[in-house]
Structure formats: C-alpha cells, structure tokens
Design a protein around this ligand. Structure first.
Ligand code: NAD
Length: 234
C-alpha cells in the first residue's frame, strides 16, 4: 500500500484499465470468478448467449439472460470507483478505460471514461436508431421493440462484434501517454481489449487483482486483493 501511494504521489498522468472485478464489490458478478456468471448452469454458456449471432437468432432468450444477469439496477459505486473519481478530480488520473458496461464510474463522478464494451445505459433501435433509456429495456416484457417496429439493442459490444473505433483510438492514445498504468479487476482474457495494455511503455505498472493474470509478472507492483479495499485505503 505504501508503494502504491508513493507511485500515485509521483504521477500526474495515471490511466486505469479495469474489468468486471471492479464492480464485484458493488454486487455485480464478474465472468470468471468462482461465483461469476461462467459458473452458472444456464442452457447455453454466457459467451454463446452474449454473441451477436445468438442475439439475432434468439432475442427472447438473450433478453431473458440479459435482464436477469447483466442488469443490476440498484448497484452503487464502491470504494474503487469513488477513489478513481477522486484521483481524476485531483488531476492525477487522466482516463479510465473500462471493459464494464454498468456505468458505475460515471455515477461515482468520473468524467473521462472510455467504455470499450459499451453501456447498458444506452440502447437504440436497430432500424431507425432512436435512443432508449435502460428503463425501457427493463419495463418491456420479452423483446423490446421500437415504435417503428425495429428491435431495440443495448449499446454493448457482443462477442463477434468489433470494438468502437474511437474507443480503441482513445485507449491507445491514453495508455501510450500514461506515466502510470493501474490494471485492476480483470482477468485480461477478453481480446482485443486485454491486448491494449501492451501499449504502456512506462515503469509504473500496477496490477490489483484477486488472482494472478499475465500482467502480474510484468508489473512493477502487483497486489493480490480486493480492489475496493485496496483503493479505499489510498
Ligand atoms: P473476468 O470475469 O474475466 O475477470 C474478473 C477478474 O477480476 C478476475 O481475475 C477476478 O479474480 C478479479 N476480481 C473479481 N473481483 C475482484 C475484486 N473485488 N478485486 C480485485 N479483483 C477482483 O472479467 P473481465 O476481465 O472484465 O472480462 C469479462 C468481460 O465481462 C468484460 O468484457 C466485461 O465487459 C464483461 N462483464 C462486465 C460486467 C460489468 O459491467 N460489471 C460484469 C460481468 C462481465
């Protein structure tokens, strides 16, 4: 903790790269932990349900899983989200790059958040592009339909879909310019997002994760613990 604090004090261009583990302490399960979504006994594995081809072939089944497992409407930011927002306010942290779709960083007050995999809080009609709020998805039974008859799709990146080009460009820009990179709460197993951390060339790479990941071995500081607890102690 002392070393983490020292590294943060001596940096003014920090970038945070995070994943589902950042929100587990807010009560949102991740994918790969023991009690994560991959351990659920569903008819199809989550990667299948959350793929574009499944979404268009079986939208009813997709939305059943989506509403039940991916939307946590009452989840609140935890100490990790709050501390990152505080570091941005202090002009130390320049950007958060998140693979999460829950929008909790913005609720905590962070302004510069790159959402690599989109957000459950934005939805749009696939035919006329009309935007819809999250409440619309939650209040509709079965498949959410636009008034034009088109299907409303959450603005999230499904397996088989490409990442948004601007989000990719911004990520590369922020990570390559960072003087400190903190990677937290991610197994770094979802590509191409995970590979983007390789753009960091500095000497203050910190990994905060419950389990070891491929980045732990390269890190200047690796902390195995709960990110909310660790960040809350800063
Ligand atoms: P993952 O499930 O593959 O890995 C999560 C990692 O976080 C694991 O290594 C786990 O040990 C660690 N972890 C869990 N809780 C932690 C905590 N409190 N403190 C520190 N470490 C913790 O998640 P991923 O790498 O983000 O990749 C999975 C994909 O799942 C992402 O693309 C993301 O979009 C999506 N997802 C998002 C949410 C969300 O928005 N909250 C939830 C589930 C899945």
């Amino acid at each position: 903790m002392e070393k983490l604090y020292e590294l943060i004090c001596s940096s003014d261009n920090i970038v945070f790269f995070g994943g589902a583990g950042v929100s587990t302490e807010s009560g949102i399960p991740d994918f790969r932990s023991r009690d994560g979504l991959y351990s659920l006994n569903y008819k199809y594995p989550p990667e299948t349900i959350l793929s574009y081809s499944f979404f268009v072939k079986q939208p009813g089944e997709f939305f059943r899983f989506y509403r039940d497992k991916l939307i946590h409407i009452n989840a609140k930011p935890n100490q990790a989200h709050v501390t990152l927002a505080k570091l941005e306010k202090q002009c130390k942290l320049k950007a958060i790059i998140t693979q999460n779709i829950d929008g909790l960083h913005q609720i905590a007050g962070s302004k510069n958040v790159v959402e690599l995999h989109g957000s459950i809080r934005r939805n749009f009609c696939m035919k006329c592009r009309k935007p819809y709020p999250l409440e619309f998805i939650m209040q509709t039974a079965n498949i959410p339909l636009c008034e034009c008859g088109g299907m409303v799709k959450p603005d999230i990146v499904l397996f088989e879909e490409n990442l948004d080009e601007k989000a990719l460009r911004d990520t590369v820009k922020y990570i390559s310019a960072a003087d400190m990179l903190i990677i937290g709460g991610t197994s770094l197993q979802v590509y191409p997002a995970a590979g983007l951390v390789d753009y960091y060339t500095g000497d203050k790479l910190v990994v905060i994760n419950k389990e070891e990941t491929y980045a732990s071995g390269m890190a200047d500081l690796a902390i195995h613990g709960s990110i909310g607890e660790v960040m809350g102690g800063i």
